[in-house]
Design a protein around this ligand. Structure first.
Ligand SMILES: [Zn+2]
Length: 78
């Protein structure tokens, strides 16, 4: 009896975790101000956060054309 409940819970939990997983969809914490941008690589929209925008402006950089995931990939590939 106890074992079954244990397994049900275990598998239920695992399933929940798998279903609730959304790759590269990190929720912006705090106020979600920003601009929706379209990634040129995967064509997905991503949030160019207000803080990031300021950072890019301050450094005189052009806004990113890729989502954080694709940017990371490129960085790692080099
Ligand atoms: Zn992308």
């Amino acid at each position: 009896m106890g074992i079954r409940t244990f397994f049900d819970r275990l598998f239920g939990r695992t399933k929940d975790l798998a279903d609730g997983r959304s790759p590269a969809a990190g929720r912006a914490n705090g106020n979600g101000h920003g601009t929706q941008m379209a990634c040129v690589d995967c064509k997905r929209t991503f949030l160019f956060e207000e803080g990031e925008q300021k950072f890019f402006k301050m450094r005189g950089l052009t806004p990113p054309k890729r989502c954080p995931g694709c940017r990371m990939k490129r960085k790692h590939r080099r």
